[in-house]
Design a protein around this ligand. Structure first.
Ligand code: ATP
Length: 258
């Protein structure tokens, strides 16, 4: 009979170890990135344009293939299992989902149809589906008002919420968000980050958030990593990173690097 260990090891969550990523044969986009996300953590992945944030997220969720990208060194493990060979949909089934940059929605489908598409892989029963939808609307009351509107006709903020809501319909344990603030008004961005915080507090969803807006991301994150030309240039608890003079000089306050 298996008796539970009196001292179970803390569960490994996401662990990225020394990954290198190439696009095609020649373009080295990520040189050496190691990072981890603990259970229940919000982690910020910071860096300027082209630093390798999106590539790192796609490497984790196995979305590099269509862009002829591949991990050429290092490894990604999720809950102790090497996952680099799993399909993106299998990984979603294991609880890891990515919201791509640019708030991808199906513009011709209504907000509700977009949300429902997120449940496709799980094939839930009708009742479960209705409950999940109501839960999404509880977090995003704005989406309830727009449930019958074509997503393409809603505001940028509503489209970002729809994209996040659709990903939530997969019932993730870890969400990878790529630049959720991009192109949105500050008030809307704050609304979205407040919802992220609630999802983290109430549902225990962990987040890895790629953001150029370091100031904002570090306000909500537990831990942060700063990427520079494909490598980790700095990392640490969010409050410490936000206080570091070198990080401040480049990423906080000024929007452009020297
Ligand atoms: N599909 C692709 N094919 C070839 N090179 C790419 C591709 N996607 C990104 N790159 C290159 O890889 C490097 C890292 O880009 P990446 O998009 O990961 O950076 P980022 O930090 O997310 O920047 P941004 O905030 O602009 O999206 C850049 O030099 C970029 O030009």
């Amino acid at each position: 009979m298996n008796t539970p260990s009196p001292h179970p090891r803390p569960q490994a969550y996401l662990d990225v170890s020394g990954i290198e990523v190439h696009y095609g044969q020649a373009i080295l986009a990520v040189r050496d990135v190691s990072l981890s996300v603990g259970q229940g953590q919000i982690v910020a992945l910071l860096g300027a344009n082209g630093a390798g944030k999106s590539t790192t997220l796609k490497a984790i969720s196995n979305l590099l293939g269509p862009e002829r990208g591949a991990i050429t060194r290092g490894s990604v493990s999720w809950q102790g299992e090497l996952v680099s060979r799993l399909s993106p949909s299998t990984l979603v089934g294991r609880g890891v989902v990515q919201v791509l940059e640019g708030r991808h929605c199906f513009p011709q489908l209504t907000v509700e149809e977009n949300l429902l598409s997120g449940a496709f892989l799980r094939r839930p029963g009708r009742r479960e589906l209705a409950e999940d939808l109501e839960q999404i609307y509880a977090w995003f009351p704005r989406l309830k008002q727009k449930r019958k509107t074509k997503a393409g006709l809603t505001s940028g903020g509503e489209q970002q919420m729809t994209a996040i809501g659709r990903a939530l319909m997969t019932r993730p344990r870890l969400m990878l968000l790529d630049e959720p603030s991009m192109g949105l008004a500050p008030i809307v961005v704050q609304e979205i980050f407040e919802i992220i915080r609630s999802l983290n507090n109430d549902k225990g969803v962990s987040f890895l958030i790629a953001e150029q807006n370091a100031n904002l991301a570090l306000r909500y994150a537990d831990h942060g990593y700063v990427l520079e030309t494909g490598s980790v240039a700095a990392s640490g608890p969010a409050a410490e990173l936000a206080a570091r003079e070198d990080v401040k000089a480049y990423y906080l306050g000024a929007t452009t690097m020297k």
